[in-house]
Design a protein around this ligand. Structure first.
Ligand code: C5P
Length: 234
């Protein structure tokens, strides 16, 4: 994936309550970020598509993290509704039929499949009834996603290495749950790596929310992340 422009490798999660706050954060970050994830929180507020259009018009890339999960026909139609808007990535979170339906209708979008949420750990998976280990579950879900026609997966940085050694450049790996060393330790992300580790493990993109948004100076935090990325991809 060496063709990925270096500065696009950082995707900033716009996990804020309103489109106005999302715009303010984008403006605050300025040139420090050019790829934004607009997810569920904003999707259920007014102005989601206006925000997407605003981002696209400013030359930013957009990741619609909607983790679609419904019957295949509904997912297919929903994905079709997202096409042609300048959105780059969309996420689906489901079985083979759901992933196939999304891939069939993707058009200019790239479909990313959620493997195992990075907020889940072994205990959570036990609760859900998955007895196999996390890495095996991630690998099997990634294989199924590729077979279904998806372009990549969302995966914790811990599994990125195995994914890349198995699927190489056939599969994009997008890694959330990034925790720079200076970040406060206690929040809901359990399977984390830092920026350098994520890319060393084979991530193509990282998704960063709170460590940038809640930094004393978000722009400086984003720039610092870009600087780290520049040392990894000179
Ligand atoms: O604030 P933080 O850096 O933890 O944000 C991570 C972002 O990545 C959130 O927007 C979350 O929805 C998203 N995400 C995740 N784990 C996944 C898929 C998406 O944390 N498996």
């Amino acid at each position: 994936m060496s063709a990925i422009p270096r500065r696009e490798r950082l995707i900033v999660a716009l996990d804020v309550p309103s489109a106005a706050e999302a715009r303010a954060l984008v403006e605050r970050l300025g040139p420090a970020a050019c790829f934004y994830k607009v997810g569920l929180e904003l999707f259920v507020t007014a102005g989601y598509f206006e925000l997407v259009n605003w981002l696209v018009k400013r030359g930013h890339k957009v990741f619609a993290d909607l983790k679609m999960y419904d019957i295949p026909e509904t997912v297919a139609r929903a994905v079709a509704n997202l096409r042609g808007r300048g959105i780059t990535f969309v996420t689906v979170h489901g079985n083979q039929g759901i992933m196939q339906a999304a891939a069939k209708e993707k058009g200019d979008l790239k479909v990313l499949a959620v493997t195992v949420l990075t907020s889940l750990d072994r205990g959570d998976l036990d609760d859900l009834g998955f007895s196999c280990d996390v890495e095996r579950l991630v690998l099997s879900r990634a294989r199924r996603a590729l077979e279904a026609g998806c372009d990549g997966v969302i995966s914790s940085g811990l599994e990125a290495q195995r994914l890349k050694s198995e699927f190489h450049d056939r599969l994009l790996v997008v890694t959330p749950g990034i925790r720079p060393v200076d970040n406060k330790p206690a929040d809901d992300q359990k399977r984390t790596v830092d920026v350098a580790q994520a890319f060393a493990n084979g991530a193509d993109y990282i998704v960063v929310g709170r460590p940038i948004r809640q930094a004393a100076d978000p722009r400086a935090a984003a720039e610092a992340t870009q600087k780290t990325i520049a040392t990894i991809f000179p």
